[in-house]
Design a protein around this ligand. Structure first.
Ligand code: HPA
Ligand code: ZN
Length: 340
């Protein structure tokens, strides 16, 4: 292991943009398919991996939604989540804010309660075993109607004690944040926090809408903010965290090559940029691999790597005491590295 890798691994990090369905590795998908008698449209793990040659967001979502069909009972969601949490813990993730897509499951007849029960069991076990904290975030599928999202919000509110926030994901273009104003308003009135995917494939205007109409605390992706200088200045001034996902962006063609990624420019413009893995089973790497990919391709300094870790803590929904604790630990880790 290179010393750089050891340093990035040792930095306490929060992961803020992680779809639990996107951690479904092909091996687990095939095992669960067999167990539940689900016929997958792929003959083998190798054939499935070959289908991960995405051209854009929709080409990924087609495979991602198809594969989620193997998740049937609470044990499946538990195993899925615990595998991710174990791996994240080994990579120095101390806090995970985990997305799930309720409608992907309820539309197939899997009860909301089943999904949440499995996920919650894994999250509390990771807390007990690894000391890893978490928040659970329920995302609405934006290609579905606002009425469907509102019905989903009823189920979210019935689990208020274990769901911290709502989010917005799926096909972005043509489904602006403004479509979901009433849903987010009700969620916030009920004390839930809000985040939304914006500015991945959609225009900078969607980032503005997410901030102004949905009152989100973070922007998921947000990389297309660079097309709007005023918006960039606002994001820097207000220190709105962007949950950037470098390997995802290359896999889905947001940037052709990792060397062209704008993460370093956004960071140097003073934005609160964070690094995340999005759907690691599909995009070729978990959190550590995402950090190392940008570190190598963009030439980030040790101090910039520490800033990314600090931003992940600052941008999280942890309380002030927990944030202070991790920020102090990051400072110590960075001082140790710079003294080398
Ligand atoms: N964008 C939109 N929807 C998603 C993503 C993403 O990156 N990952 C999983 N659902
Ligand atoms: Zn995402």
């Amino acid at each position: 292991m290179s010393s750089r890798e050891a340093y990035v691994r040792a930095l306490p990090k929060a992961e803020l943009h992680l779809h639990i369905e996107g951690t479904l590795e092909p091996e687990l998908a095939f095992r669960l398919a067999q167990q539940h008698g689900v016929v997958l449209p792929y003959a083998s793990v190798a054939e499935l991996r070959a289908a991960y040659d995405f051209t854009d967001l929709q080409s990924f979502l087609d495979v991602y939604y198809a594969l989620a069909d193997v998740l049937r009972d609470a044990d499946d969601f538990y195993e899925l989540a615990l595998s991710y949490l174990q791996r994240a813990h080994e990579q120095g993730v101390v806090h995970a804010e985990v997305f799930f897509d309720p409608q992907t499951h309820t539309a197939r007849g899997i009860a909301f309660d089943t999904v949440v029960a499995g996920l919650h069991r894994a999250l509390t076990e990771a807390e007990r075993r690894f000391g890893m904290t978490h928040r659970l975030i329920a995302c609405f599928l934006r290609h579905l109607s606002a009425a469907d999202a509102m019905l989903t919000l009823d189920a979210v509110l019935a689990h208020r004690q274990i769901i911290a926030a709502v989010g917005l994901d799926s096909a972005e273009a043509g489904h602006p944040p403004s479509k979901f104003v009433a849903v987010f308003e009700r969620a916030r009135e009920q004390g839930l926090l809000a985040v939304a995917h914006a500015g991945e494939e959609g225009p900078p205007a969607y980032i503005r809408e997410a901030l102004d109409l949905l009152a989100v605390r973070r922007i998921d992706h947000g990389v297309r903010c660079e097309e709007d200088a005023k918006l960039m200045q606002r994001l820097a001034r207000e220190q709105i965290a962007l949950t950037v996902c470098p390997l995802s962006n290359v896999k889905l063609g947001v940037f052709e090559r990792i060397e062209q990624h704008n993460l370093k420019r956004l960071l140097e413009a003073g934005l609160c940029v964070t690094v995340n893995s999005d759907d690691p089973a599909y995009f070729g790497g978990y959190l550590l691999e995402n950090y190392l990919a940008v570190e190598r391709a963009l030439g980030l300094t040790s101090e910039q790597l520490a800033t990314l870790a600090r931003n992940s803590i600052e941008g999280s929904f942890l309380d002030a005491v927990a944030k202070r604790r991790w920020l102090t630990a990051i400072d110590e880790c960075a001082r140790g590295e710079l003294a080398h």
